[in-house]
Design a protein around this ligand. Structure first.
Ligand code: SF4
Length: 257
């Protein structure tokens, strides 16, 4: 099990005066992705994508702008996703009724899915599966057996995305460079936090939010208990109490903004 170390930098629950310039740079990267049409909208939103720090901050601001009831729903989804994603294939916490709640601000991973050449996508999916096997070993050390179906799951390669007429489909190398550019923005924004977000929170927005709301050690312990209970009950356990507790902590954090 991952054991992130404090200190955790406070969530940016107040829009910083500096934010505009980083957001502008982020948009310049997004603008290099051609407009597309997609035949299977939201079919791919079965995971919360990995992201860089600047995109996580952007997501925090998107959540802050939501009406209170919608924000509570998203934070509830986020709590459930964080606690149970090692044992359940869950949809992205921002997906509702087949639509993305932050579509205009969605992440690089969402924008580029369906644009990758197949050999790049397959390589990334293989690397991701290998990473999940290592995570499974860490869970096994904690006495929890993660199901094969979860370890072997990956969002399938997509060939339904069409680039709009007059635009060029970016190469795999170009898409990789865009990822580097986004990471550079994160680094300029706050390199220590970027490293912490990447290395201790594994680029997982749900983990970062949960840790900031209730403390890293507490939420890791909650997750361990939730996953263990889920596995020992054969998937029939009721984790709604833990999800509600974490969801309340997240709502309190955001309502303090
Ligand atoms: S952020 Fe939006 S587009 Fe991206 S995976 Fe989530 S629901 Fe889908």
């Amino acid at each position: 099990m991952p054991k992130p170390e404090p200190p955790i930098t406070e969530l940016p629950v107040h829009v910083s005066a500096e934010w505009g310039k980083y957001a502008e740079r982020l948009w310049r990267v997004y603008d290099r992705i051609p407009p597309v049409s997609c035949g299977g909208r939201a079919r791919c939103c079965t995971l919360l994508p990995e992201m860089s720090l600047v995109e996580a901050v952007s997501a925090v601001y998107s959540i802050l702008e939501m009406p209170r009831a919608l924000r509570s729903q998203v934070l509830h989804n986020m709590a459930e996703y964080f606690l149970l994603n090692p044992v359940r294939i869950m949809k992205c916490p921002f997906l509702r009724d087949g639509l993305c709640l932050i579509y205009d601000h969605r992440f690089l991973g969402c924008r580029t899915y369906g644009l990758w050449p197949e050999e790049y996508y397959t390589r990334m999916a293989d690397a991701n599966r290998e990473a999940k096997k290592r995570v499974r070993m860490a869970w096994a050390e904690a006495g929890v057996a993660i199901p094969d179906a979860i370890v072997n799951f990956s969002v399938p390669y997509c060939n339904r995305v069409r680039v709009a007429k007059g635009h060029k489909r970016p190469s795999g190398k170009t898409l990789l460079k865009l990822g580097v550019k986004v990471d550079e923005i994160s680094s300029d924004m706050n390199d220590a936090l970027r490293q912490q977000f990447t290395n201790s929170f594994f680029m997982d927005l749900s983990f970062w939010l949960a840790a900031n709301a209730a403390g890293a050690r507490t939420v890791v312990q909650m997750k361990l208990e939730a996953v263990r209970q889920w596995v020992s009950s054969g998937g029939g356990g009721d984790e709604s109490g833990k999800v509600a507790r974490l969801s309340d902590a997240l709502c309190n954090k955001f309502s303090a903004a």
